[in-house]
Design a protein around this ligand. Structure first.
Ligand code: HXC
Length: 514
């Protein structure tokens, strides 16, 4: 065959394979508000940077009518590309090809990308839209998934891994996203281990797929998902934004963006906290006033809302922010808040992102449900995560910082490199009321006017401890600062600490209380 004909044949093959399951099936995706696998890739990466590998991949299955069946690219688009000029590797499942089901070759293509991520120190992004393990391939498809899981774990802590859920993601297949660092779920998509019909058979519960695995379920109820996207376009935008805060791998620092150098005082911070200690406010208002350009990417915004976590920048440097949220459960730490923040802290530590902690915490949440649920074990995760973190740690105490929860919010003793307090800070073993009832019980009981005595002793306890100066005197607080100056203090601390290196004895791994 002449060369020209060979080239024409190649181009025709490419064109046909790039259509995946064909125009009609792509149209069907569009009709239900979904994009195709390739359209998602185009939105995710910088224009003209995608280099595909494995377009001509073919399955080797022979049972149940599979022999000779053409499955373009074996149902998954794989390759490398850049996002904001930085390399990533990706896999995007093609639902138009056998429902995006994962056979042996399909999974091997994904694994090859993961290995490339590992070898080149670049993030791995996996766009899920699949009916799960390809049923006709039996245990070969299971085995393929097993290799994906194994490599998710090998990559963990070495390169960032992000999963987009843009279609079905059910059964064991949901465990690959679960092993990655962040899950972005499109609003229309569902994730679950067993679908509604099996649930009905086994437990008798009647639920819709959305109730069971929609974003409401997997964000607000379970805390499995980190970001909810309006649609596929939004999902790819969230992914790009998220990657912008992260280094490509654990040996690098996050990219530093151009910045204005602006650190002037924000007087509004001096009055942002209500005078009355129990009146709530929104911690996010404070975070937004302190970080660059009011730009804060909140993670898991609908889960464990009593703590706020997310990424921001100060003078162009990425930071991981953790803050109690007084507007929800008075900002107390419960099981879910502990899990949410411990995981976030560990991610930041693995990827060299300094931790900035804003404290206004009355304590761990009391209650039988919390104790039975293991608040001791879960709360310990926070203490563990902060203590084990060797990135720069900066803590700012705004108002209440009581008891074990004060320590758990990266107190100086847990290794905070800088601990600042606003003049409104109250650092104590517990709140003044509770403390007075315990230590002054006899005195209160013996007084003719018990209520007046109690009030007097509460005041005495508060005046002694409910201020930052006792802690500053013990050097548990490095400085008491004017709230308006918080951004300047943060910027100077990050500058002073950015070369921090803390070495600890080698070990296989610590034993975080899981
Ligand atoms: C092979 C599959 C498939 C699968 C879908 N298809 N899932 N082929 N293996 N797992 C094929 C369908 O046969 C169909 O092919 C095409 O994909 C589109 O599927 P539809 O059913 O027409 O689409 P839709 O109505 O949108 O429903 C999507 C779906 C449904 C909800 C995902 O297909 C479904 O329930 N699939 C089975 C899901 C499942 O049970 N998976 C578990 C496998 S075990 P044609 O050629 O007719 O268009 C598993 C365990 C993994 O995943 C364990 C890892 C450890």
């Amino acid at each position: 065959m002449p060369m020209q004909d060979k080239i024409a044949e190649l181009l025709a093959k490419r064109e046909q394979l790039r259509l995946g399951g064909g125009k009609a099936r792509i149209e069907k995706q569009h009709e239900v508000g979904k994009l195709s696998a390739r359209e998602r890739v185009d939105l995710l990466v910088d224009p003209d940077t995608f280099q595909e590998t494995g377009l001509f991949a073919q399955h080797r299955a022979a049972f149940f009518g599979m022999a000779g069946k053409e499955l373009p690219a074996d149902g998954v688009v794989t390759g490398s590309a850049s996002v904001d000029g930085r390399l990533i590797h990706l896999a995007s499942q093609d639902f138009t090809v056998s429902g995006g089901s994962a056979g042996e070759v399909h999974s091997d293509k994904i694994v090859q990308m993961m290995e490339s991520s590992m070898h080149t120190g670049t993030p791995f992004v996996f766009i899920n839209d699949s009916g799960g393990a390809r049923i006709q391939e039996g245990i070969d498809s299971l085995s393929g998934y097993g290799r994906v899981f194994y490599n998710n774990v090998r990559l963990s802590g070495v390169v960032p891994q992000v999963s987009l859920i843009c279609g079905p993601c059910a059964g064991g297949a949901a465990y690959s996203p679960a092993l990655t660092d962040f899950i972005i779920q499109a609003k229309y998509a569902n994730m679950f281990i067993t679908g509604p019909s099996v649930v009905k058979q086994v437990t008798g519960e009647v639920v819709t797929a959305e109730q069971l695995g929609g974003p409401g379920a997997q964000m607000a109820q379970s805390g499995v998902v980190h970001f909810i996207a309006e649609d596929d376009v939004d999902a790819t935008q969230i992914c790009r934004k998220l990657l912008s805060f992260l280094p490509s791998n654990n040996m690098e620092d996050p990219p530093r963006l151009q910045h204005s150098g602006e650190v002037s005082a924000d007087e509004s911070l001096n009055t942002i906290i209500p005078e009355e200690a129990k009146v709530p406010y929104d911690m996010r208002e404070i975070i937004l006033r302190v970080v660059d350009d009011q730009d804060f990417l909140e993670v898991q915004s609908e889960y464990a809302k009593n703590i706020v976590v997310g990424f921001a920048r100060v003078l162009g440097r990425s930071i991981g922010v953790i803050g109690n949220q007084p507007a929800v459960l008075a900002g107390s730490l419960d099981i879910n808040a502990s899990d949410k923040s411990a995981r976030f802290i560990r991610f930041c530590n693995a990827f060299n992102i300094p931790l900035v902690t804003f404290v206004d915490v009355p304590g761990f949440l009391p209650g039988v449900a919390q104790e039975y649920g293991g608040i001791i074990r879960h709360g310990a995760k926070m203490l563990f995560a902060y203590s084990a973190a060797t990135v720069p740690k900066i803590t700012i105490i705004l108002r209440k910082a009581y008891g074990g929860a004060y320590l758990a919010m990266c107190g100086k003793d847990l290794g905070a490199d800088r601990s600042f307090a606003w003049p409104t800070a109250e650092i104590a073993v517990m709140g003044a009321e509770g403390a007075a009832d315990v230590v002054f019980r006899k005195e209160i009981d013996a007084a003719p006017d018990k209520a007046a005595k109690r009030k007097e002793l509460i005041e005495e306890y508060r005046n002694t401890f409910a201020n930052p100066y006792v802690a500053a005197g013990r050097r548990l607080v490095d400085d008491v600062i004017e709230p308006a100056e918080t951004r300047r203090y943060l910027a100077m601390s990050l500058e002073a600490l950015h070369t921090k290196r803390e070495l600890r004895p080698p070990k296989k791994h610590g034993l975080i209380p899981l």
